[in-house]
Design a protein around this ligand. Structure first.
Ligand SMILES: [Zn+2]
Length: 451
């Protein structure tokens, strides 16, 4: 009963205003906190950091705030929980029955959600969730809760959260009747995944990506962000697979061969005489390929944007995490998309050229002209796919890819763009890439000419 010692015994009805907030330090490790505000100078108004082991987001913080509000109120007191967000209300009113039916399989933040649902069931009085409308007194009170949350997130004081479920409130397991096969399968997968230990080489690569993305784009990314970025629709399946294998260090290069008898020489780059890992192939190798391709990519990119982010292994593997914003701080969708396409396609082409050189050409590299043509072909293929998807209606409805997104992605880098109409999606010959290779001025030979 000690857990209930701090509950609010009176009055018979109470309205608690809740908010979640996230604070990011210079080291960019985010910290989220819950904020609670009650009108009338109530001593229970406070901010509290959420457990550091979970996701640090405003959504997670709101869930913990609702839990704290429920726990601190006496079970016989009518409770109204008011927030500016609708997350908690939707979770408890709409999604809860489905989650319970499926045994909480695959539900994010299920520990706190489950505890909140159990606490609500344990209450004897009514509980109402309310959303504060803009410019209302409720909104102002939620703002006060948000200020308390921000202060706590800034102070980063470790707090203890008790997520024990009250007895006889939660349904154990999942229902066998009325559930889908895929839910059972996911449940089995979750149990098996709990026993898996992460691969050390994968963890190392994730750190490389995190560090390089932070350096190049000034944003801190979590492991989940990195994996999620690989599912971006802007990547073709083959390039996504190449990046995914790169993150796992699963390519058969470098140290892979050191563990196989009589194959140790394959670990070394025949051109440079050093260990041939993915970073060497993509960024450092002196064999013709990577430098020409990155130079072309940079030249083309500078037609659109002034700054060309540093090319590193981390920015290649995390190309979908790049952020480009305008003066108002709004994300430039087209620019971000072009960066993803150029980086992933260029890196994949370098990889293909390396494989051809080592495996099928017996160490003979492609000529500069061939590399340039292959790169132009690759990028133009992507442009053609984009154009086709943007002009083809899907079942008579909208096109598969937003036409405006395609136009903003490729604008300012097309060949002869001045002669094209503003909407060039249905034009017959739209090409890209010629401007990536500035024509060298023809030398005038003194011996030529008359005389
Ligand atoms: Zn090399």
């Amino acid at each position: 009963m000690r857990r209930r010692a701090e509950t609010i015994p009176t009055p018979e009805e109470v309205e608690i205003f809740i908010a979640g907030a996230v604070h990011t330090l210079a080291s960019r490790t985010a910290r989220a906190a819950a904020g609670i505000f009650i009108e009338g100078g109530n001593p229970s108004c406070k901010g509290k950091c959420i457990p550091v082991t979970g996701e640090q987001s405003q959504y997670a913080a709101e869930l913990f705030t609702a839990l704290e509000a429920t726990k601190m109120t006496h079970r016989d007191t009518i409770l109204t929980i008011t927030s500016t967000q609708t997350h908690v209300m939707e979770a408890m009113n709409k999604k809860l029955p489905g989650w319970e039916l499926e045994g909480w399989v695959g539900v994010k933040h299920r520990d706190v959600l489950r505890c909140l649902a159990a606490e609500l069931k344990a209450r004897r009085a009514r509980t109402t969730f309310k959303t504060a409308v803009p410019a209302s007194p409720e909104k102002a009170r939620c703002l006060k809760a948000s200020i308390l949350a921000k202060q706590s997130a800034r102070n980063r004081v470790e707090e203890r959260w008790d997520l024990t479920l009250p007895p006889n409130t939660a349904l154990p397991g999942m229902r066998l009747q009325g559930n889908r096969q895929r839910v059972f399968y996911r449940s089995i997968r979750e149990i098996k995944d709990r026993n898996l230990t992460p691969r050390p080489s994968t963890l190392k690569m994730l750190d490389v990506v995190r560090k390089d993305v932070e350096f190049a784009f000034g944003r801190y990314v979590t492991d989940a962000d990195i994996w999620l970025a690989l599912t971006a629709r802007d990547l073709l399946p083959r390039t996504a697979q190449f990046l995914w294998k790169g993150l796992h260090k699963a390519h058969r290069i470098g140290n892979y061969w050191n563990h196989i008898p009589e194959c140790g020489d394959r670990a070394i780059c025949q051109e440079c005489g050093v260990l041939e890992d993915l970073e060497h192939i993509l960024i450092r190798c002196t064999s013709p390929g990577q430098s020409i391709i990155w130079q072309a990519t940079e030249t083309l990119w500078r037609e659109k944007e002034e700054e060309w982010p540093l090319v590193s292994l981390g920015t290649v593997l995390g190309c979908c995490l790049a952020e480009f914003r305008d003066e108002k701080g709004k994300a430039k969708q087209g620019t971000q998309r072009l960066y993803r396409i150029l980086m992933s396609e260029s890196a994949y082409l370098i990889w293909k050229l390396r494989n051809e050189r080592v495996i099928s050409r017996d160490g003979t590299p492609a000529t500069d002209e061939e590399i340039k043509n292959r790169w132009k072909y690759h990028i133009n293929q992507r442009l053609q796919v984009d154009m086709t998807l943007a002009r083809r209606p899907r079942l008579g409805k909208r096109p598969a890819l937003a036409p405006l997104l395609v136009l903003t992605t490729w604008s300012r880098i097309l060949d002869n763009e001045q002669s094209l109409p503003a909407d060039w999606l249905r034009e017959a010959r739209v090409l890209v890439g010629s401007r990536a290779f500035p024509q060298a001025r023809p030398r005038r030979h003194r011996s030529q000419g008359i005389g």
